[in-house]
Design a protein around this ligand. Sequence first.
Ligand code: SF4
Length: 454
Amino acid sequence: MPVKASDIQKLLPENGKKNCKECGLATCFAFAMKLANAGIALEKCSYLSLDSKAQIEDMLQPPIRQVKIGQGPRQVVIGAEEVMYRHQKTFLQPPGLALQIADGESEEIWGNKLAKLAWQYDRLDKISRFDLVALHCTSGDSSRYHKLVERTLAETDAGLILMADEPGCLLAAYEASKNRNPLVCVTAENYTQVVPNLDKSAAVCARAKSLETLADLSGKLKEMGLENLVLEPGSRTLPDLVRDQTIIRRASLLHKFRTLGYPTLFYGPAVTSDIDTQLLLASAGIARYAGIIVLDDVSPAGFETLLTVRQDIYTDPRVAPTVESKVYSFNEADESAAVLVTTNFALTYYAVAGETENSKLPVYLLCQDTGGLCVLAAWSTGKFVPETIAEMVKKQSLADKVTHKQLILPGYVARLKGDLEDELPGWEILVGPREATDLPKYLHELKKRRNSVA
Ligand code: SF4
């Protein structure tokens, strides 16, 4: 919730009425307004008492701290969320997805999992990958864990999560990977030995077995000077996961409970070793506030499912997803290709594009800019009508691309056929199926009809 300027003003000199103008603003209230919008530094007012300054700094802190892990283009930014429910505004920072590698696993498995960190999924004009790799010391052998850390640093640019109980082993891994800005996991048992040896700017994950012990550990880490914290509440079932994540979000956002005001981590391998169940839990974690999700392993289908769920939940609900308005070619479209027309609403495009590819027949797909509205919504608001379709057909010179001059309308707007024929003299307007799933059959029947006429 945004800070009110009037609340800040009360803490300014002389109850916010001094108005000396030395900060460069006409009044203390103007200064408070700028502070609330992060437009001026608190230090510009030199009359603040230490107590007032501390109170204002506390008020200006975001309820959930933003934390960065990793370096360069693969850096993960989590936290700084502002709402409980997506429909209130939008969720801001997609959770970082992490693949776990245990040093107790064979080196062949290390290699397989490191290769998965390079997998890519291209959807809605965005390429997604695993963001992080969680390196877990399960062997109890420091030299083997160090070998895994070194190999991971050499083979991927993903951010690192370091998980080892033994402080010496953990600190050696931290020193080796410090330039990569790793997330260092500590517990109530080892933090007193680990934290004094970390940089104050280090990203640290507090791992506990319950919310009560987590709040205690988080408070102690803050007292030791750490700011970039991530919280792992030790959820061990699906209901635990939903409850713990919800309590942390509510406590930080609605009650400004500072010790829980950090992004969270959900550790799937602690719940089950079954990777399909981990996938289901991860999906719940994406919907329910997890900042980082760690998985043991994933199949290619599971990988794409997870990234689709993440992208859908973290799409701004106020902005319709769109694709570029242009002519798309499928299956080596040539002058005999069928010509389909639809809108540039991304979900419509991907449904039509997928079935068009499945048909294995050459197709041009004309996506008209409707501001991301689907076919029926665009038609009902006058954005997908004969005039606009005809204009795009002419602008894209479709008559020069094909020899047959047949244009296929979506079945839902069959009523546009007559008027569109008036707008596009010489074109035959066909009515396609209502559902994208019926497109392959329709296209094959159309081809047969054309062949029989020829
Ligand atoms: S310098 Fe401080 S006291 Fe003076 S006007 Fe600005 S906010 Fe008010």
